[in-house]
Design a protein around this ligand. Structure first.
Ligand SMILES: Nc1ncnc2c1ncn2[C@@H]1O[C@H](COP(=O)(O)OP(=O)(O)O)[C@@H](O)[C@H]1O
Ligand SMILES: N[C@@H](CCC(=O)OP(=O)(O)O)C(=O)O
Length: 359
């Protein structure tokens, strides 16, 4: 296979793994495993982020309609995940490969130490030629502790491992410039930095068993591409899809990567939840920070320091209306930052190497 990618993350949506009646589609999973195995055997590192626990659970047990939604999800995922991973295990074994189960929650990425812990875990698996099959631990992650969906998790994993590409497999050919079901709609094949407002094309409808929908796929893909990793959204229900995406033989949506950023910057980009303090900036500082030039945040551009933070914490940088401009690592704590508000000639609070612009 002719691809320059050496490490890929492949996210497989619930709808790809499930038939319309809700039962797991074992022959499709087998076909995907065959492709992943062929890629792996060529020396490309493969990490799978697989949804489908809840959908698998639905095929195994009937639950009452009035059941609390959170409890129902816990029940279905607990039963379904074991079935799902067992299916993967058997199919990879047939290919003489080992896969592993990695279940995570948002909490497992709450600070740099936890983040590196998961990173080390995935790296040791890859070093031993194991294919990690990652999913959110739906049994223990509830409501505000949850990822938006597995697209968000896949973006985080691809960034964390500095993958060469992220492939998102859904049940559509890519992002369409209209309703995918309308005849006139076409797949947008390339999305660059100045692609305009693609989100206006996305209708709120989700596929039968999915969670986040195309909106999260789009925002995650744009973020990951900005960090320097190409993202492909393609139809996982089509034969040979992974190989065809890698060889550029199939219509799908590709997000063009920007310059690759450092590992620390990638971590900051995915760590809004870990932020402690908030700092408000004036217009000049905002312009300098989002200009794309190497500008650090100087105290002269700060108008207020909100909640407390320590040196080394991730902080939120906002405008006067509390709109998030970016995230950065504080070079010193909030007490010192307050003393220097508006002062010229002071040390930067956030160095440009440790700043990630949201806008
Ligand atoms: N403009 C669009 N282009 C492509 N898909 C869209 C668009 N607008 C809405 N969608 C919907 O997004 C769905 C895919 O997202 P999702 O349900 O989260 O799938 P998955 O389970 O694969 O994560 C598609 O099935 C489609 O109905
Ligand atoms: N973790 C959940 C999947 C959540 C999710 O994001 O689903 P999907 O939108 O199909 O990728 C599960 O395994 O059922």
């Amino acid at each position: 296979m002719n691809t320059s990618y050496r490490k890929i993350v492949v996210k497989i949506g619930s709808n790809v793994l499930t038939r319309e009646n809700g039962l797991p589609d074992t022959s499709r999973i087998e076909h995907l495993v065959e492709q992943l195995s062929a890629i792996k055997k060529q020396g490309i590192e493969v990490i799978v982020v697989s949804s489908g626990a809840v959908a698998s659970g639905r095929s195994l047990i009937k639950i009452q309609e009035k059941q609390d939604a959170v409890a129902a999800r816990q029940l279905l995922a607990s039963i379904g995940q074991i079935k799902l991973i067992h299916t993967y295990m058997q199919l990879f074994e047939k290919q003489e490969l080992l896969c592993s189960q990695v279940l995570v929650t948002k909490e497992d990425f709450r600070d740099r130490m936890h983040y590196l812990n998961i990173k080390n875990c995935l790296e040791i698996l890859l070093q031993h030629h194991v294919i990690p099959v990652v999913n959110e631990n739906d049994v223990v992650s509830v409501t505000e502790l949850m990822f938006t969906d597995n697209d968000e998790l896949a973006g985080l994993i691809a960034s964390m491992l500095n993958a060469d590409a992220l492939i998102i497999l859904s049940n559509v050919d890519g992002i369409y410039n209209g309703d995918p079901k309308s005849e006139g709609s076409k797949v947008i094949e390339e999305v660059g930095r100045n692609a305009g407002n693609i989100s206006t094309f996305i209708t709120s409808g989700k596929s039968g068993f999915g969670r986040g929908g195309m909106v999260t796929k789009l925002s995650m893909a744009q973020k990951v591409a900005r960090l320097g990793i190409p993202v492909h959204i393609a139809n996982g229900t089509k034969a040979n899809i992974i190989t065809d995406v890698l060889t550029g033989r199939v219509v799908h949506t590709r997000f063009v990567p920007e310059k690759n950023t450092s590992g620390k910057k990638k971590w900051i980009a995915h760590s809004e939840n870990a932020a402690t303090g908030t700092v408000k900036l004036n217009k000049g500082a905002i312009q300098a920070l989002i200009s794309g030039k190497a500008s650090s945040l100087l105290p002269v551009g700060i108008t207020a320091v909100g909640s407390d933070f320590q040196k080394g914490d991730i902080i939120r940088l906002t405008d006067e209306n509390n709109t998030l401009i970016g995230l950065g690592i504080a070079e010193y704590g909030s007490d010192k930052a307050r003393e220097k508000i508006g002062e010229k000639g002071q040390r930067p609070l956030v160095h440009y190497n440790y700043f990630y612009a949201i806008l």
